[in-house]
Structure formats: C-alpha cells, structure tokens
Ligand binder design. Sequence first.
Ligand code: SAH
Length: 472
Amino acid sequence: MRYFPLFIDTQTLPVLVVGAGEVAARKIELLLKTQAQITVVAPEVCDTVRQFAEHQRINLIHADFAENMLDGKKLVFVATNNQALNQQIHQHATARGIMANVVDNPPLCHFITPSIIDRSPLVIAMSSSGVAPVLLRYMRQKLEGLLPQNLSLLAKFSERFREQVKGALKTVTERRYFWEDVLEGDIAEQIVQGNEQKAESMFLERLAQGQPSQGEVYLVGAGPGDPDLLTFRALRLMQKADVVLYDRLVSPQILELVRRDAEKIYVGKAKNLHTLPQEDINHLLVRLAKEGNRVVRLKGGDPFIFGRGGEELETLIEEGIQFQVVPGITAASGAASYAGIPLTHRDHAQSVVFATGHLQDNTINLDWPALVQKNQTIVFYMGLTGLPVICQQLIAHGMSPQQPIAIVTSATLAKQKVVCATLEDIQEKAAAANVQPPSLIIVGSVVTLHEKLNWFDGATAASAVITNNAPV
Ligand code: SAH
C-alpha cells in the first residue's frame, strides 16, 4: 500500500486552496461538505468560487500567493496552471511539514484524494493509488448501486442508540451480536424505509430481551478448494465467525475470506498425523460455543461426506448447543466437473458410488462385489495409499484390467492434475506423474470422456494467483 487511507477530523482544520478556477472550485465544493476552515487565494476568481465567497462559505484572498499564507495551515491544495508556481508551493509546504496536493500532479502530492461514496456519517473512500482510474470509477459505480441511498439513516440510528446499547450489554461480543442482528434483519428494513418510530420500538424491545449468552456452531462445507465454489451461506457465516476450526483440506484462499478478527485454529488432519483427535475437536467446539462464541467448523468438501460431521453434531446435541450445517461441493463433484469426467452418462454409467479407499492393516474394508457392477462409476476418497489394493480387489472381483481409471489431484485448484490410465497401468503412470494428495480416484468408462470434455486450464484459473499455498 503506497497510500495510507485515513479520515481527518475537519472540525478545526485550516486549509489553503491556491487557485480559484473551475478545477479549484471542484476541490472547494468537496471541502465545503466538511467543517474545514477554507482560505482561497488567487488573483483571478471564477464565478463558482466568487459565489462561495459571497455566501461567506470561504475566506477569499484576491491576490497572488505569498509564502506566509501557509502560516498555520495543515493542508494545501494547489490548482493553478502555473507549473513553476505549483512546484514552488509544494517545496514551501514540504519545508514547513504541511501536506500538499497539487492537482493532477502525483509527484507533487503528499496525499491524494480518494473517490468518495457519501452516506454520511458512513463514508466510503476508495483509491487505485492513481494507477487505474477507469477501474476505480467502475468499482465505485458498482458499489453505489449496492448501497441503499438511505444507508445514512441506518448509520444515524446506530449513532443515536450507541451509548444506550453500551449501557445495556456488557461485553463487546454481546454488543456486536446485537448490532449485527439489528442491521441484518427487520429493524434495519424499517429504518431504511423511513419507519423510524416503528423501528425504534422494535429495537428497544429487542434490547430489553438481551442476548443469549451461549454461542452457536456452524458446520460449513468449504468445497474442494477453489474459493469461487463456496456457497453464499458459507461465506456469510465465515464473515460472522468469532472462531474458525479448519483442517488441512481448506485452502489458504478460502481462509482469506474468514472475518479478519476471527481466531483461526488448525485442527489437522493429515493422514497418520492427526493434529487433534476427533474427540478433542468435538469438545473444543462445545467449549468455544459455551463461552459465547460463534464457531465455524470449516471442512473441505461437504461436511457430511467422509467429513465426520455427524459425530461432531452428536456431541453438540448432547450438550444442547445450537448449530447449523452448510453443505459444500464434495471433492467428487468438484473433481468430476473440473476434469471433464461426468460421473453418470447415458452411454456409460447409470449409478455412482462414493467409497472410502482408506487403508487399515493393509486392507480396505469394502463390499467389493457391490462395487463391481456394470455401468457404475466408483469414486474413491482417501485412496491414494491404497491404490494397489483397490486395483487388485476390483480385478479380483471381476473388473477388466483394461477398465479406465483416473486420478485427479488438487481438484479445482490451479495445480490440478489428471492422470488417466487403466487398472493395469495406473500405478506406473501415477508414479511417473508424481501424484500427491489430495487425490480422488474415479473408476469407470466415464473416464474416457475426459479427453473430449476437459476444459479446465489451471494456469489461467482464478486460483492460479496464489497456487503456491494450495493444500498438499
Ligand atoms: N468431506 C470431503 C472429503 C474429506 S476426505 C469432501 O466432501 O470432499 C479427504 C479426501 O477427499 C482426500 O483424501 C481426497 O481423496 C478427497 N479430496 C478432498 N479435496 C480434494 C481435492 N481438491 N482434490 C482431490 N481430492 C480431494
């Protein structure tokens, strides 16, 4: 960040504007929205500025600039068309430690003025650091459209009741929950529509009720990795969280979207390296919620598909903790779409099974005959280490050694890799491609469609920007 944004209190701010043409007039107009004491100096004055002076809104000095006019000033705006003079004023200001802004001349600016969306007391100031003005204007227009004109009513309402709420609710967290509840719900709706009295009585009633002291747990599916695949609800809850418990499959790009002030706790789990045993995670969730936190339990993919979400909920229910579950795109869906391998297809498969390929004592405990069915796609989660066993068992139960199989690694992320082979030679090809977790295995003739339907190019993917941090 080259330019540091800040909001200056203008109540006692003496400002000098040098120049009184149309360009200066636009700066003065902006300053007149504030309470700054504005002095304008110029030998020639345009009509707009003259009118400001006539209405006593500015102090106009009808003369050439002189150095002593900077005495006691904090900011100076320079808008003359005499470049030598502009340069000179910049130097004087620099020598006196006064901040100068020479209009349209960034090298001579100690500060730049942002693009503003004014819903006072709510003010949004934006800048492109002077490098992308068209993009800035575009973003500003978009934001303008999003923000209701009556937003200032909401801000004024908040200001009016701020102290009263402080008196009624003891902790910062309680107050934050209360205000969020007010600002997201029916009370805000009434305020924005101008029904202030009704809003006020609803508000006071809500305040009298107080806030529940116990928090909640949100079990949220974060999808397979690409942040664009989050649901709106997941994002909303992530933005509300006080604490987030996340595991290894949650990509850094997704963690970036969690509320900045939320505490983030990593709870594992790499294979054979459980950072926190499941039991401890369950109890941590309970403890944090009982302390009054809004806890997001963020899981890769979908929480109810090989996510142990069910077990976590059982503990919450036993302890009487409120919760919500937010589905996520499971790895099978993400990998299938981004690898161009439909899991079902009229000509190939009428059913699809999700199975765990997790190895225990060198075996995989699955009903193999049920898996080896005609026209059925099998998706193995957690199957990379058990790949030899999977291939061997499928063949032993009657599948052709030439059956197509694919491994999709880091699905939906920029570094996604797809290795297609047959049951016979997949191990060799996987080794050659140095396949790493997280990997999903897809078995079935649908795999042959990859060649035709493949569309995803990691190198140009949105997530490519931060690929180096993607989960392994
Ligand atoms: N609840 C998760 C699955 C957790 S089990 C879901 O619904 O997706 C962990 C396994 O999911 C990994 O071993 C791997 O097989 C698979 N997986 C998760 N994310 C993946 C990704 N981006 N690419 C490939 N496989 C993934």
